[in-house]
Ligand binder design. Structure first.
Ligand code: GRF
Length: 187
């Protein structure tokens, strides 16, 4: 199997990045994590890139030409697939148009419910019976593209924001690799 070269975009902790790096080591996994892009020089996830010897780039999204810089490196590393994993910046039209249907994201709610930030707080406030995570294609609207995989669990009476985050992330570590396999199943 010829693996697609993928770039993972991060801004913080990077636990999904770590999970994808480890999963992608399997011979039959469709992607190879070939580049990590972070918009945050202090992102912990960079340590995983270092540890597993994956090239990484910092992008300052305040700069005017930052999209060109991203596109330059994506080309340089021959990237054909992008996974957003806790990237706290909206991907611009220019990048979406260059990678049409080749960018996916993981979101910590059952989309289309609770797009945007503070999902766990809103799930609790709304007294939802269940919550979970969604992997979806990225389009020009926030947390909106076609859904690839969704996983859920039922809330327990003692759940708070921290517990919901932990439970959701455990599901994410299964959902993201599953979604990537699904995307490339018929390729
Ligand atoms: C994940 O919960 C993901 O759903 C959201 O950001 C979080 C990133 O976590 N988009 P990590 O950086 O992968 O640990």
């Amino acid at each position: 199997m010829v693996k697609k070269k993928a770039c993972i975009f991060i801004s913080g902790q990077g636990s999904n990045l770590k999970n994808l790096i480890l999963r992608s080591r399997a011979e039959n996994f469709p992607i190879k994590v070939s580049l990590v892009i972070s918009n945050n020089t202090k992102a912990n996830g960079i340590n995983y890139a270092r540890k597993y010897k994956i090239p990484y780039i910092f992008i300052n999204c305040q700069l005017k030409n930052y999209e060109n810089k991203i596109l330059f490196y994506l080309k340089k590393y021959k990237i054909s697939f992008i996974c957003l994993a806790g990237f706290m910046k909206i991907i611009s039209k220019k990048i979406i148009n260059s990678f049409e249907n080749k960018i996916i994201n993981i979101h910590p709610s059952l989309l289309p419910k609770f797009k945007g930030l503070n999902t766990f707080k809103r799930v609790l406030k709304n007294k939802e019976r269940k919550t979970g995570c969604t992997v979806h294609y990225v389009n020009n609207k926030l947390d909106d593209g076609n859904i690839i995989v969704k996983k859920f669990f039922y809330l327990s009476p003692n759940d708070n924001e921290n517990i919901l985050k932990k439970k959701t992330q455990q599901l994410e570590y299964r959902a993201y690799p599953e979604a990537i396999i699904k995307v490339f199943r018929n390729c």
